[in-house]
Design a protein around this ligand. Sequence first.
Ligand SMILES: NC(=O)c1ccc[n+]([C@@H]2O[C@H](COP(=O)([O-])OP(=O)(O)OC[C@H]3O[C@@H](n4cnc5c(N)ncnc54)[C@H](OP(=O)(O)O)[C@@H]3O)[C@@H](O)[C@H]2O)c1
Length: 249
Amino acid sequence: MSICLVTGAGRGIGRAVAERLAADGHQVVLVARSKDHLDEVAAGLSTQSLVIPADLTIDGEIDRVFAEVARTWGEVEVLVPNAGIGHAALVSDTTDEDWARVLELNLTVPFRCIRRALPPMLDAGWGRIVVIASVVAKRGEPQVSAYAASKHGVLGLVRSVAAEVARSGVTVNAVCPGYVDTPMTDQTVAAISARSDRSEDEARAALARRQPIGRLVTPAEVADVVALCVGNGAINGQGINVDGGAVQS
Ligand SMILES: NC(=O)c1ccc[n+]([C@@H]2O[C@H](COP(=O)([O-])OP(=O)(O)OC[C@H]3O[C@@H](n4cnc5c(N)ncnc54)[C@H](OP(=O)(O)O)[C@@H]3O)[C@@H](O)[C@H]2O)c1
């Protein structure tokens, strides 16, 4: 049983990852801004959990979260930086504020979490880091330049850290999903519907058709791959696509 920390654990992919890690017998730390969501997730878990509400983009909050875990249970052994935000706009309409907000949560927060989590993992000779990136960590798509840049960046971070620690017993990987059936995708569906003459059902069906498997990925399918990376010490430095075959690598 390991001490796992999942950011963005209140809904969507983070919630499914927390549920899967608990089902596999691990203790799980749940982090997001909304305490209500975290309490609801914690109530459904089969193992011990620790709810720590935090906005990870605020100075000092990452250190506070890790210190609370260390005080309560010990150092984090499995880190899943999952919290992220989407942003859809033409590059020419992307403001400095949009760019900074997306890069901060999707790239800088995972960097700071990894920097904090890694030394105790190296001391212990074992650890797992699994970042939730995206299929747009591997290829560009229109109108997601800030998001794609953040996800390409975080995959670069994963690959470099994995190479640094390869002989240590710590592995560092990314999971790269296509469109997953989560509240983030609900927002994408609503935005597509609002700027076209399509209903939300039609917009959702169009997103599903864009994936080779003809449907959205489920959060549990993403969580399965996180569990694989936790259980397997030979997978390191990978960005594993869970996208129904959109990117073949
Ligand atoms: N959905 C997709 O199709 C898809 C595809 C590929 C990759 N991904 C990636 O997968 C990850 C999860 O996506 P999702 O679809 O599950 O998103 P989601 O449904 O919007 O959930 C995001 C989670 O992150 C938390 N969060 C947001 N801002 C935060 C902050 N500043 N500090 C701490 N927690 C914060 C949210 O809770 P609070 O709002 O309460 O803080 C929530 O629990 C993201 O990195 C996303 O880019 C998603």
